[in-house]
Ligand binder design. Structure first.
Ligand code: PEP
Ligand code: MN
Length: 337
C-alpha cells in the first residue's frame, strides 16, 4: 500500500503521520521525492484503507498487490514523464540517446556531437568506465575521458549519459554527468542502486541479461525507494539459447513493462541484437512496441571503434533510424488516441 501525503508536508505532519502508522503496527518506509511525500507499507497486517485515510496529512491511499510498489503502475494515474535536463521521456515525448560505446578522443566526440545536433538529438552517450568481459580489453578513459566528454557536450548543448560501475565513482562523476547509467551487469548491485538513487541524478537502469521483469522492477524500486523518481528503464536484450546474435532483444518486455510500471521504457537495440545490420530494424520494432526512447551506439568510424564495433552504426544508418523512429512513434501516438 502507498499512503500519499499532501506535498510538501511539514515536519510536524510527517511526524504525526509516522506515529499514526506506527500505532497500527505497520512496517512502512518514508519516501520523499522532489514531487511527493509517500509512505510505503510493505509488511504487517493488510490495513483497512478507511482507517488509513484518517492519517494526518493524507491525500490518497493506494492498494498495490505488486511486490515492487513505487514503480508499479497500480497507483499513478497514467504514465510518468521523466525529465533529464531539458529532455523529457514519457507518453508525450519520444527522445533518443546516441553516441559511442566508449569515449575515445575529442575528435570522436566532436564528430558525434555535430551529427547529433544536426539531427535534433539532444542526448549523447559514451562510457568512460567500461565493464568488459576480458580484463585485457580497453576499459575506458576514466575521469579524464569524462572531463573531455563534458567539455564537448557543453559546447554542443548536449546532456550526457554514462555508466557508473561502483559506489566509489559516484562523487567524482556526479558534477559532470546528467544521467547515470547502471549497466546490465550491475542491475542487481543493490548498494550501487541506492547510492545512485541518493545522488539525485536521473538513472538509466538496464535490465540484466538474465534478469526477469519482476527482478528488474524490484531493482528500480531500490532507486525510487531512496527518493529518486527519475528512472528510465532500458531493455537491452537477454541471453537465450540462440547464438546467431549477441543477445535476444526482448520486444515483449517493452509492451509488458509499460503495463506494469508507470516509468518510461527505453530500448537499446545495439546491445539487443549486437549486429550492425539489424540494429535499425530492431530499434524500429521497439518503437512500434511502445518504447519511449532509444539508446543507440554510433561512431564516426564504427570499424575502428575500441569497443562494440560490430553493433555500432554509421551516421547514415543512425539518421535512418532517427527519421524512422519519429515516424513510427507518431503513428503509434495517433493509434493510441
Ligand atoms: C553499454 O551501454 O555500452 C553497455 C556496456 O551496456 P550493457 O550494460 O547493456 O551491456
Ligand atoms: Mn557498448
Amino acid at each position: 500500500m502507498i499512503v500519499q501525503l499532501h506535498h510538501p508536508s511539514t515536519p510536524e505532519t510527517l511526524r504525526e503521520a509516522e506515529a499514526f502508522l506506527l500505532a497500527l503496527n505497520l512496517k512502512c518506509r518514508t519516501v520523499i521525492t522532489p514531487d511527493s511525500t509517500l509512505f510505503v507499507i510493505y509488511a504487517g497486517q493488510v490495513p483497512d484503507p478507511r482507517r488509513i485515510r484518517q492519517c494526518p496529512g493524507v491525500k490518497d491511499v493506494h492498494r498495490i498487490s505488486d511486490d515492487f510498489k513505487l514503480v508499479s503502475g497500480q497507483w499513478k494515474q497514467g504514465r510518468s514523464t521523466v525529465h533529464v535536463g531539458k529532455v523529457p521521456f514519457g507518453p508525450e515525448a519520444f527522445n533518443m540517446i546516441m553516441g559511442p560505446c566508449s569515449v575515445e578522443s575529442e575528435q570522436q566526440l566532436e564528430a558525434v556531437a555535430q551529427f547529433l545536433v544536426s539531427q535534433g538529438v539532444r542526448m549523447i552517450r559514451g562510457g568512460v568506465f567500461k565493464p568488459r568481459s576480458s580484463p585485457y580489453s580497453f576499459r575506458g578513459m576514466g575521469l579524464e575521458g569524462l572531463n573531455l566528454f563534458r567539455g564537448v557536450a557543453d559546447q554542443y548543448g548536449l546532456s550526457i549519459v554514462t555508466e557508473v560501475m561502483e559506489v566509489a565513482q559516484i562523487d567524482a562523476m556526479a558534477p559532470k554527468v546528467d544521467v547515470f547509467q547502471i549497466g546490465a551487469r550491475n542491475m542487481q548491485n543493490f548498494n550501487l542502486l541506492e547510492a545512485v538513487g541518493k545522488s539525485g541524478l536521473p538513472v538509466l537502469l538496464k535490465r540484466s541479461m538474465s534478469g526477469t521483469i519482476e527482478e528488474f522492477l524490484q531493482c528500480a524500486e531500490y532507486i525510487y525507494n531512496v527518493g529518486n523518481e527519475r528512472i528510465l528503464l532500458c531493455e537491452r536484450g537477454i541471453r537465450t539459447f540462440e547464438g546467431a546474435y549477441r543477445n535476444t532483444f526482448d520486444v515483449n518486455a517493452i509492451s509488458y513493462l509499460r503495463s506494469r510500471s508507470h516509468l518510461p521504457v527505453l530500448a537499446d537495440p545495439s546491445h539487443g541484437v549486437g549486429l550492425r545490420r539489424h540494429v535499425v530494424d530492431i530499434g524500429l520494432g521497439a518503437v512500434a512496441a511502445g518504447a519511449d526512447g532509444l539508446l543507440v551506439e554510433i561512431h564516426p568510424h564504427p570499424d575502428s571503434a575500441v569497443s562494440d564495433r560490430d553493433q555500432t552504426l554509421y551516421f547514415d544508418q543512425a539518421a535512418r533510424l532517427i527519421e524512422g523512429s519519429r515516424q513510427f512513434w507518431a503513428l503509434r501516438s495517433n493509434m493510441a488516441s
